[in-house]
Design a protein around this ligand. Structure first.
Ligand code: NAP
Length: 297
């Protein structure tokens, strides 16, 4: 079976590399040819366009930035649909809009092409280690066909439901992570303003119901004032836009998500979009005139 991989950034590159290292024949495309070199060095075949990938591959993975990028890769002048073979499978692993995903799946079905949405969490390290969480929407039978390849890239792989369900799950993930970061920031400010060591607070809370992977990992980096990404604030900002658009389309209230979005608007507006999304803490500190772990700043 021939595999295609389009989008070779922080996430796509290690994911494609793991597929090559597992012994698969992989056709790759990136806008900048230099991005393909580590993959061709490992045995992949470079393609000039997404259409070239689709003319060679039976299963085509996409991992690009945003909704319009996936649309361009699939529907564009040099896109997948120009050459894709009947019964091939397009697997979009980017984080994009659920409603746009459903439309793309319908358009692909009209051309006898299957689609899965399969966004991920676990970050660059998870991608390198082949340990991503993969949340999948689309037909179960198609999921079963792709599962052995997902297992090369991830560990916690869940078929959630129909097309779009994977992207809805990823949006839920970002709602939870964003609000947890904001909650940790508030807890640290309360502790610091009260003259209580936030590191000790974290240590105590990790063992109880307030304990979480976010408190463990993000909470420590917030104490260290280590704002290096990790997960860029600009990407979390993009993901919260997807959440807020979905809330608008559905007519539902997500006030906590709206608050996180406002924080991320300001992080990006302050020119800190390339920092980790835990940079929300710096804004919370400005509101109260408190610096958490001042000695680390
Ligand atoms: P990235 O490093 O910015 O890589 C994105 C890649 O997509 C770049 O190589 C870019 O090419 C390519 N691309 C963008 N638009 C394109 C287009 N229209 N046509 C062809 N190629 C295009 O981003 P990333 O961190 O790998 O993230 C990729 C996706 O995974 C995003 O949706 C992100 O939200 C999601 N994600 C990221 C993380 C993380 O920790 N980084 C975790 C979970 C999910 P150029 O280099 O030419 O711009």
């Amino acid at each position: 079976m021939n595999i295609g991989f389009i989008g070779l950034g922080i996430m796509g590159r290690p994911m494609a590399l793991n597929l090559i290292n597992a012994g698969h024949s992989v056709w790759v495309h990136a806008r900048r040819p230099a991005m393909m070199t580590p993959l061709t060095d490992a045995g992949a075949t470079a393609c000039n366009t997404s259409a070239d990938v689709a003319s060679n591959a039976d299963i085509i993975f996409i991992c690009v930035s945003d909704t319009q990028d996936v649309e361009q890769v699939i529907l564009g002048d040099e896109g997948i649909l120009k050459t894709t073979k009947k019964d091939s499978i397009v697997v979009d692993m980017s984080t994009i809009s659920p409603s746009a995903t459903r439309k793309l799946a319908t358009q692909l079905t009209e051309h006898n092409v299957h689609m899965l949405d399969a966004p991920v969490s676990g970050g660059e390290q998870g991608a390198i280690d082949g340990a991503l969480s993969i949340m999948v929407g689309g037909e179960k039978e198609i999921f079963d066909r792709v599962l052995p390849l997902f297992e090369v890239m991830g560990k916690n792989i869940v078929h959630i439901g129909d097309n779009g369900a994977g992207q809805v799950t990823k949006a839920c993930n970002q709602v939870l992570i964003g609000q947890t970061i904001a909650a940790i920031g508030e807890a640290y400010i309360l502790a610091s303003a009260s003259g209580v060591d936030p590191a000790k607070v974290r240590q105590a809370l990790l063992g109880g119901f307030a304990g979480s992977r976010a408190l463990e990992s993000h909470g420590q980096r917030m104490l260290d004032r280590n704002f290096k990404p990790g997960f860029k604030a600009s990407l979390h900002h993009k993901d919260m836009r997807i959440v807020i658009e979905a809330a608008h389309e559905l007519g539902i209230a997500l006030p906590g998500a709206a608050m996180v979005t406002q924080y991320l608007n300001a992080v990006v507006g302050n020119g800190k979009g390339e920092n980790d999304s835990i940079s929300i803490l710096e804004l919370q500190e400005q509101l109260s005139g408190i610096t958490v772990n001042k000695e680390k700043s």
